[in-house]
Design a protein around this ligand. Structure first.
Ligand code: PMP
Length: 398
């Protein structure tokens, strides 16, 4: 069975982590892997999470199964965090939701659900998109097509080209995958007017939006970052959402997320739910409980919600400060190229827009690690490495 197997190439980001760990240069900087880091370079457990864990430990009475949809309380709070408390989708009971193992679990279960609804589905993804979108969607048998998104010249969104492609090349029933906020890998987000135009196009062409939101609260704010998702939910009859609590609750390894199906009626939502839960049952049966219990404990307790919100705000503001500081320091180092676009972008990632060779020089000569595409994790910067990164980049660009 296994004799004929050939090894696959190592995952580039995981490979980068190994190389970074083995590097003995005391000045080494990791801008590769996409986790939030604090000033000390750590990915800490949020204080609200620790408090919630104490409560869970003191009050938990069973480890019995929780069922394919996961915890009802988690689903209740997460749907409100995303859609807002008053959304008509909630009051009209047009929502089917399940807690999932992270955003990846949500993406895959949404894709498997779609594959059960219809064969021959095309999902349009941005160029570029998060690399793992492709195997997660293709693995469910969906066909992938790409729409233009990141503009290498302006470092913003190629909105006209995106709309042109989506209005001319798609057919009714196609799915458009959109990053809810903090586009990974580019950091370039749609403006409110652009979200409005995308929502109108989805209705006009009969396209179904599929929003992947993995960074709510790390761009402009919890409500602000959900603008596009809420606008679409206001506008279209059907929609899919995959959300993750990995970044905004710092729960990465606890595998906590949610998949949502917004249907045209309460009855269709109920039927969609039955299909979704049976899909889940056939994959991993039910999600792990702990991460969702933490989120539920925080969001059902006013004091903990406040505490979490304050910590999340600090993370968001730190990223924004680093974005400004990096652009300023590069300019101060005398770099001819402008990096003024960095503070304009949102969330943890930006493309520096430098060549593969320059990325390799930063790694080999300066021990500064980033993905080959020149995507950097802004949160990997801090006051002790910022000057070094700005100066090294300037040297490499000479
Ligand atoms: N979507 C995007 C765009 C992401 O960047 C990530 C995490 N890197 C995810 C989804 C899913 O993350 P997780 O499964 O760890 O919750």
């Amino acid at each position: 069975m296994f004799e004929h197997l050939q090894p696959l190439p190592a995952d580039p980001i995981l490979n980068l982590m190994v190389q970074y760990r083995q590097d003995t240069n005391p000045n080494k900087v990791d801008l590769g892997v996409g986790v939030y880091k604090d000033e000390a370079g750590n990915t800490p457990i949020m204080a609200a999470v620790t408090e919630a864990e104490k409560i869970i430990l003191a009050t938990e009475t069973t480890k019995s199964y929780i069922g394919p949809a996961g915890a009802e309380g988690f689903n209740h709070h997460v749907s409100r965090l995303l859609l807002g408390n008053q959304h008509s989708v909630l009051s009209d009971q047009r929502l089917a939701i399940a807690q999932t193992p992270g955003g990846c679990g949500a993406l895959r279960m949404a894709a498997e659900f779609v594959a059960k609804c219809r064969s021959d589905v095309t999902v349009w993804v941005s160029t570029p998109t998060w690399a793992n979108h492709i195997p997660l969607l293709q693995g469910a048998g969906l066909t992938i097509a790409e729409y233009p998104y990141f503009d290498k010249d302006t470092k913003g969104v190629q909105f006209d080209a995106m709309m042109d492609m989506l209005s001319k090349q798609t057919k009714a029933g196609d799915i458009v995958l959109l990053h809810g906020c903090c586009h990974n890998p580019s950091g370039a987000d749609l403006s409110r007017e652009q979200w409005d135009a995308v929502a109108a196009l989805c209705v006009e062409k009969g396209l179904m939006p599929f929003v992947d939101i993995a960074y709510q609260g790390l761009g402009d704010g919890l409500g602000e970052d959900a603008y596009g998702l809420r606008k679409l939910a206001d506008t279209v009859p059907e929609m899919l959402i995959a959300s993750s609590c990995s970044k905004n609750f710092g729960l990465y390894r606890e595998r906590t997320g949610a998949v949502m199906v917004l249907a045209a009626s309460a009855e269709q939502a109920k039927i969609s739910g039955s299909l979704l839960f049976s899909t889940i049952r056939g994959h991993y049966s039910m999600p792990p409980a702990h991460g969702a219990a933490i989120v539920e404990t925080i969001l059902s307790n006013e004091k903990l919600t406040q505490m979490w919100d304050t910590e999340l705000t600090e993370m968001r503001q730190r990223i924004l400060q680093l974005r400004h500081a990096l652009a300023d320091q590069i300019a101060a180092a005398g770099c001819e190229q402008s990096f003024a676009f960095i503070p304009e972008q949102k969330g943890m990632f930006s493309f520096l827009g430098i060549s593969k060779e320059q990325v390799a020089r930063l790694r080999d000569e300066y021990s500064i690690y980033m993905v080959d595409s020149s995507r950097v994790n802004i949160a990997g910067l801090n006051s002790s490495n910022l000057d070094y990164v700005a100066q090294s980049l300037t040297n490499v660009l000479k």
